[in-house]
Write a protein that binds this ligand. Structure first.
Ligand SMILES: Nc1nc2c(c(=O)[nH]1)N[C@H]1C(S)=C(S)[C@@H](COP(=O)(O)OP(=O)(O)OC[C@H]3O[C@@H](n4cnc5c(=O)[nH]c(N)nc54)[C@H](O)[C@@H]3O)O[C@H]1N2
Ligand SMILES: Nc1nc2c(c(=O)[nH]1)N[C@H]1C(S)=C(S)[C@@H](COP(=O)(O)OP(=O)(O)OC[C@H]3O[C@@H](n4cnc5c(=O)[nH]c(N)nc54)[C@H](O)[C@@H]3O)O[C@H]1N2
Ligand code: SF4
Ligand SMILES: [Mo]
Length: 750
């Protein structure tokens, strides 16, 4: 195979194969797909993140390509309460356009909303944000990254001036003498990442894990702190308190590279370790050992994930760990720093290019006049035509169908019926819509409620880019053509934009049905790889007259979209202007920011300074506050949620893979044997977990690994076992992130 053309026929084999990445999580493990004629094989591939490893989900990812549940025709519901039936593309698109027009005419432009996903490629995420602002002209767009990354993102921006999950390559983890994981369970959520952790241990490094459960990750640690859920902020402040009293603060670094330490020092002075032990259950000795392990190491890394972040105080909790990292002088030092483990496949890129309510491409702010002018220029519209900021995901979903809320919703890449907090309420809001459109390749639980379902391509049928947890932009490469009847998300957005365009050359009614993705793909050269010259970033679109209607502004070729994204992001915080597909192919990915095609990219941030106005990182004093919902006589236990290895997210995909269903067949409630004895519960007994918002039913799984005052359930299943029937919809005031990780429940035998 030649460089730059890695989707091709293998030499002498007659087999088509493609070097691509796993469709699931942010580790974006390298894999080779091979079409043997009757099936698609997945082979692991050496890539810096996975180093030849894959987890069970990656190995089985191709099972969904020709799955019997795969959607290959649009579905339409003729009347409320009726069944979904197969329909033609023309009929489905007409129904959507008519529905959007009716809603916008009656209730204004903002009455149509868009909900995106962190699994979408950069090109799709960019096109979706542009579609909302230019074709629908609504301010209402947000996405499932709000459930996932938003608290760490907000904390990163306020401290460092930038949000890139890891500001260094994953391989740097092995260089940390001390590694602290807070609310992260990578042994189940990113198994190949454990290879880097094993290297760290072999080099003599120490691993410390903070988790209310003794997870597969915690069991590998030298030290496991097992706090009550929702007390991490206090734990972090106590660690900084100890660092101060034991003289571990890097005074030179604090003086030269940061601002605001004094106020933080005064705040943490009140976090006496003994008091924090009473609050969190973490022994003073363990707090002291952790503070010393971090403060005396030559190199140390602190990582947070959803356990610390998915709280109504997630931003402040992450800030507390960032404060600790800054006081110890870690960010920017080799083999050291603070990072957040991004979750979804394109969780990083998905939050940079405009599907966030307050954001334009390149991580620009939608309320910044200069940002609006730049992006409007690229889009060929008047800046004054761009809508203002919308509202975060939960507020958006919670207001659907209410007075003042949106009445039509288009969902691309999420399954909120299973994954949203307080899911019964969200389901009720979705049912109240005048029009629900879902683009998916499977009939997800959310698609089941839709008025129109549009069948889309899968990862092995697509070209595009993803940005992994390291901020490394990667290539997704197509192996094969999509099945007939299926279209790409980009093609759907382009077609809808054309039909919605009031000034377009062809009106919606008279416009011929555009070819399907399969049809137009058939017209492309046989190698789906980047054989054709990449459109210049300052190419023809740049000079296209601003009078062209939206119809012309939605290219369907991902290369063209990426070229436009580069221009839209140029000069922004997440600058992709210098990233080209060829360069990604050559260098195993390109780290942003990368403003110049001939200049360097940025594997490591903060070596010389922080992208803040004065170049210094900023401390922020933060204080512990209790969870939004407290335990009481009626709801005496803490409830927390998370993941298991063999299922992914809402499970829409992985529940359909036979091997994964065998490995993790259904929901369960994990509880301590002492608690089980008190409740007279035996292993396997059907339990009812009830909160103020609803209940779930699932079998008991007894485990000494969990605190006796806390029960845990994974959130991958719909129906009776749905964890989000129980969770709290309280959100962080800054980020809008819901409190998935703690609420008050009662547990009894069902
Ligand atoms: N198998 C699998 N892998 C995945 C995913 C998946 O669905 N399945 N999803 C991907 C995505 S999108 C994401 S975001 C990541 C998430 O990756 P992780 O953050 O590792 O996953 P979670 O299981 O949600 O949470 C991690 C841990 O937080 C702990 N926890 C709960 N409450 C608290 C608390 O208050 N404090 C602390 N310190 N810990 C707490 C839980 O016990 C759990 O072990 O995984 C990615 N990888
Ligand atoms: N209780 C609880 N709830 C949680 C969490 C938790 O820890 N606890 N974690 C939260 C987190 S971190 C996350 S990230 C969310 C995730 O939850 P969701 O947003 O529901 O994510 P997925 O289950 O990945 O849903 C993606 C859907 O889009 C489809 N899809 C995949 N790729 C594409 C594509 O390219 N185009 C289109 N059109 N469709 C596509 C899939 O088939 C699937 O139906 O869940 C959140 N919910
Ligand atoms: S760790 Fe993540 S990217 Fe790697 S194979 Fe598993 S799901 Fe895919
Ligand atoms: Mo996530």
């Amino acid at each position: 195979m030649t460089d730059g053309a890695r989707s091709a026929t293998g030499p002498g084999t007659g087999l088509r194969q493609a070097e691509t990445h796993c469709p699931y999580c942010a580790l974006q493990c390298g894999m080779v797909l091979r079409d043997t004629g009757d099936r698609v094989e997945v082979l692991p591939r050496q890539f810096p993140t996975n180093r030849g490893g894959l987890c069970q989900k990656g190995w089985t990812a191709a099972d969904l390509l020709d799955h019997p549940d795969r959607l290959t025709t649009p579905l339409l519901r003729d009347r409320p309460g009726g069944e979904l039936r197969p329909a033609s593309w023309g009929e489905a698109l007409d129904r959507i356009v008519t529905g959007i027009r009716t809603v916008q005419t009656g209730h204004g432009r903002d009455a149509v909303a868009v909900f995106g996903g962190g699994g979408l490629t950069n090109e799709k995420a960019y096109a979706l944000g542009k579609f909302a602002r230019v074709a629908l002209r609504t301010r209402h767009i947000d996405y499932n990254g709000r459930w996932c990354m938003s608290s760490a993102a907000a904390a990163g921006i306020r401290a460092f001036g930038v949000d890139r999950g890891l500001p260094f390559p994953v391989a740097d983890l092995a260089r940390a003498e001390t590694l602290l994981l807070v609310g992260a369970n990578p042994a189940e959520t990113m198994p190949p990442l454990m290879r880097h952790l094993a290297d760290q241990r072999h080099a003599g490094g120490r691993l410390i894990v903070i988790d209310p459960r003794a997870t597969a990750t915690a069991r590998q640690a030298d030290l496991h702190l097992q706090p009550l859920p929702g007390t991490d902020l206090a734990v972090a402040n106590a660690l900084l308190h100890l660092a101060v009293t034991e003289g571990l603060v890097d005074r030179e670094y604090v003086a030269a590279r940061t601002t605001g330490f004094e106020e933080v020092r005064r705040t943490v002075a009140g976090y006496w370790p003994a008091e924090v032990e009473r609050l969190s259950g973490v022994p003073v000795a363990d707090l002291a050992e952790t503070a010393r392990a971090l403060g005396t190491a030559r190199s140390a890394i602190i990582l947070t994930a959803r356990g610390a972040e998915q709280h109504a105080k997630g931003v402040d909790t992450v800030t507390a760990f960032v404060n600790l990292a800054l006081a110890l002088g870690l960010p920017g030092r080799p083999g050291s720093g603070y990072g957040c483990l991004t979750g979804q496949g394109n969780g990083q890129g998905g939050r940079e290019h405009g599907q966030k309510a307050d954001q334009l491409p390149g991580y620009r702010k939608i309320d910044d006049p200069a940002a609006r002018a730049h992006v409007a220029g690229v889009w060929g519209v008047d800046p004054d035509e761009l809508p203002g900021p919308g509202v975060p995901a939960y507020r958006l979903l919670d207001s659907l169908g209410t007075p003042g809320g949106a009445r039509a919703l288009l969902v691309f890449g999420s399954n909120p019926v299973v994954s949203a907090p307080r899911a019964a309420r969200v389901t009720e809001r979705l049912r109240a819509l005048d029009l629900l459109v879902v683009a998916d390749f499977l009939r997800s639980e959310t698609a089941e409620l839709a008025d129109v379902v549009l069948p889309v391509t899968q990862w092995a049928e697509e070209d595009g880019t993803m940005t992994n947890l390291e901020g490394r932009v990667l290539r997704r490469r197509a192996l094969r053509e999509p099945p007939p009847g299926v279209r790409s998300d980009l093609a759907i957005l382009a077609e809808l934009a054309a039909r919605l365009d009031p000034s377009g050359p062809e009106s919606a009614e008279s416009r011929a049905i555009a070819p399907t993705a399969a049809e137009s793909a058939a017209a492309r050269p046989a190698t789906a790889g980047p054989a054709a010259a990449e459109p210049d970033a300052a190419g023809p679109e740049a000079t296209r007259p601003a009078t062209a209607g939206p119809a012309d502004r939605f290219p369907t070729d991902p290369r063209e979209v990426f070229a436009e994204l580069r221009r839209a992001s140029a000069g922004g915080v997440a600058d992709y202007a210098g990233v080209t597909w060829d360069r990604i192919d050559r260098d195993d990915g390109v780290f942003w920011p990368c403003p110049d095609p001939d200049g360097p990219d940025t594997p490591r941030l903060f070596a010389d300074g922080f992208p803040t106005p004065d170049g210094r990182a900023r401390f922020h004093p933060v204080s512990h506050r209790p969870a939004a919902e407290q335990i009481c006589a009626d709801y005496p236990l803490h409830f927390t949620t998370g993941r298991v290895l063999a299922q992914y997210q809402s499970g829409a995909q992985t529940r359909r893979v036979a091997a994964l269903r065998r490995a993790a067949p259904g929901g369960f409630v994990e509880l301590h044997p002492d608690l089980a004895a008190r409740l007279d519960v035996a292993e396997g007994d059907e339990l009812r977990v009830t909160s103020r918002r609803g209940e779930l039913r699932a079998p008991a799984r007894l485990s000494p690994a969990i605190r006796p005052d806390t029960v845990f359930a994974p959130f991958h299943w719909p129906g009776a076992a749905r964890a989000n029937s129980v969770t709290n919809d309280a959100v962080d005031p800054v980020s809008g992130m819901p409190e998935f990780k703690i609420c008050a429940v009662r547990v009894e035998k069902a």
